[in-house]
Design a protein around this ligand. Structure first.
Ligand code: NIG
Ligand code: FE
Length: 427
């Protein structure tokens, strides 16, 4: 239907909902457990910040309040807007040559030790302009939009100097303007992604630079920086160095994320939990003790199954984490070295097929638990619930199982609340 002026109360009908308004922790055996409403109806009301769900019920409910416009969802499925809670999307160049070397038997660590890996992308990124960084990342974000993603976290970390980390944040800020209404972007400062070549002989001096210059510059950047992330790994940052970075970031008002247990377990998980990190990421070598620690913590376990596939490494213990009661999110890790992909639904599919999550657990991992991993960005809770800001992914399927069926080519999603205005969606 069309309207000349923006209506203030809208009924969404003739669709099915998964609200993700179920438990954040523990196994989900059925769609009902995550909030499956095959005959759901919803009324959204305009508020200063956008739209808010003010009524949620079933078709034919006599208590349904009045509304002034109706949107026919055409039998489609509506879920909370999907969030890719861990990406390194802004970078220049590519590493297809290294990919070939890895397929021929060379390890990721070997390539990095020989001066390739992250440092290779750093050289290309330092040479790129903000405009080049913005254009190449925009193409990746456009793919994410097509998958139905509504929120993307983006890390700096291919600059590793004041100027290029700042350039990366400027690109993220430009991307937020370019994708306004389509995507909410969350910026994470990650100058502690690798030791740059000029500091190889003195990594602690680079940690000084991160703490004293790079983080303060990012904190004053064009876009608020919510988080600081550190790669705790042999050859990258020790726990002691990560702790220094974290203390500096904390003073600047950033919250902690950490890459831990990716290639080796070296105490990063225990440190990050003690520092009350919002999330810990990768977890490929997390053992039973680590799983138990995560189950007892609020820290979200962000699992990145496409990185495991891309590196031919084991998967994070996704099933064990959910069973133990940890909060588990799923993300792409989109980056040129260990996960050259934008495909969040594929990450969900692989988590189900290879990581033995149930489909509802995988959907929770890109909605409610991803929102927790990002501290509910812009007030988005990753749920559809009365009194909460409404944001949704609208999918061309009638049942959520269909999201997992067409491997590698899942149904495309679209934003509920972007142009054309959602009260004008054609069935
Ligand atoms: O998340 N772990 C560190 N960073 C990326 C890899 C970055 C790269 O290889 O360019 C990751 O796997
Ligand atoms: Fe990563």
């Amino acid at each position: 239907m069309t309207h000349n002026s923006t209506p203030s109360r809208i009924l969404l009908h003739n669709g099915a909902f998964v609200t993700a308004d179920g438990p954040e922790r523990g196994p989900l055996a059925t769609w009902e457990a995550l909030g499956w409403r095959p005959h759901g109806e919803l009324i959204a009301t305009r508020v200063a910040t956008g739209w808010q769900t003010t009524w949620l019920g079933e078709r034919g409910d006599p208590r349904r309040p009045a509304y002034d416009a109706a949107v026919d969802l055409g039998g489609r499925l509506l879920t909370p807007g999907w969030m890719d809670s861990h990406t390194h999307t802004v970078f220049a160049g590519d590493r297809s040559h290294e990919f070939g070397q890895r397929l021929a038997g060379r390890s990721y660590a070997d390539i990095a030790a020989a001066g390739g890996g992250i440092v290779h992308t750093v050289a290309a990124t330092r040479a790129a302009t903000v405009a080049e960084l913005t254009t190449t990342a925009a193409a990746r974000l456009a793919e994410m939009v097509a998958w139905g993603v509504r929120v993307v976290e983006l890390k700096t970390g291919y600059g590793l100097d004041v100027a290029t980390e700042g350039k990366t944040l400027a690109a993220i800020s430009a991307l937020q303007r370019q994708f306004a209404g389509q995507l909410t972007l969350v910026a994470t400062a990650m100058p502690a992604h690798a030791i740059p070549p000029e500091f190889r002989a003195n990594p602690d001096a680079y940690v000084d630079l991160v703490c004293e210059e790079i983080l303060p510059v990012l904190a004053r950047g064009a876009l608020p920086v919510a988080f600081c992330d550190v790669f705790v790994e042999r050859g990258y940052f020790s726990v002691a160095q990560a702790d220094r970075v974290w203390r500096a970031a904390h003073k600047l008002g950033m919250r902690l994320k950490a890459h831990v247990d990716e290639l080796s377990a070296m105490g990063g998980l225990e440190w990050a939990l003690a520092a009350r990190a919002v999330s810990v990421e990768h977890l490929l070598c997390t053992d039973a003790a680590g799983v138990a620690r995560l189950a007892a913590a609020d820290t979200v376990a962000v699992c990145l199954p496409l990185t495991s596939v891309f590196l031919r490494e084991p998967f994070a213990p996704m099933r064990a984490l959910v069973d133990a009661g940890a909060r588990v999110a799923l993300a792409t890790d989109c980056n040129p070295g260990s996960a050259m992909t934008t495909n969040l639904p594929l990450a969900m599919q692989i988590a189900v097929l290879m990581g033995h999550l149930t489909p509802p657990e995988a959907l929770r991992a890109v909605t409610r638990c991803a929102a927790l991993a990002l501290s509910e960005p812009g007030g988005l809770t990753g749920r559809i619930a009365v009194g909460q800001r409404l944001d949704g992914t609208l999918l061309d399927v009638s049942h959520p199982d269909a999201l997992f069926y067409q491997l590698g080519a899942p149904p495309r999603g679209r934003a509920l609340l972007s142009a054309p205005p959602f009260w004008q969606i054609q069935p």
